[in-house]
Design a protein around this ligand. Sequence first.
Ligand SMILES: [Zn+2]
Length: 299
Amino acid sequence: MMNDEERMQLAIAEARAAEAAGEVPVGAVIVSAEGEVIARGGNRVLRSSDPTAHAEIVALRAAGVALENYRLVGCTLYCTLEPCSMCAGAILHARIARLVYAASDPKAGACGSVLSVMNHPALNHRVELVEGVLSAECGAMLTNFFRARRSFAHSANVLRGMSIRDVDGGEFSMATTKSSAKKSTTPPSRRWSAKVDTDSTHPDQGLFLKGPRTIANALATKKVSPKGPASGMRMLNFYINRAGKNLTKERIAELEKAKKILSGVIAKQKDMQAAKKSSAKKSSAKKSAVKKSAKKKSA
Ligand SMILES: [Zn+2]
């Protein structure tokens, strides 16, 4: 029989599948009293236009169908993230016997992090709680996801000439200037959140509708990719993952072309940096000589 970590790996696979479809990466699986995996679910709020389609709810629904029972007596639910209050409520209604989750959610967790819906003293049903199974892996998955989304939204709005605060003041204040930090009343947070209402940070996709060379050139600029063209590549990959399903084959081919051009730019830049390092001493000597002669000429 599989142990908790092996079952959590199945939930992680669901989270990764959700991420590949452009969703916040959260996954869940449900195991019956007999130890059989009877349901799997990934977050699909965007795909289903359903605010309740958290991974846990998706898995609970599938488990109910599998057992032909709305009570999932004796079952264990594995989730990559601490359930929110909605999911915690649903888990209690389903009479799940045991809940195993990975990362805790400091913004919306309802198993003690923010609220204590799970095992609230006023409620009847008791759930055996195990937290922290593969939490580092699951936490990193979310952190990376939100980091990529932030840099993507940031660049998209730089392109449009908008301030970052126009998009999402709270979440982006950490990356912006001092003046915006002053305006912000809430302290900036570097934590990821389980919020799935991502519409407010949907980036402008205008750039990605253009030709491959235009896309690659824009992503190679400091204006769009302040941390260098490699971050531009991450944005492009992120866009392809997020919008992939809705893109035509031709469009995907164009975007792959843009990736090739951009990786060429990245390789060139690496070569140039290497060349610069090797001739740093020579060039710095030359430069100062050139500067001196230039000054003399202008004088
Ligand atoms: Zn939830």
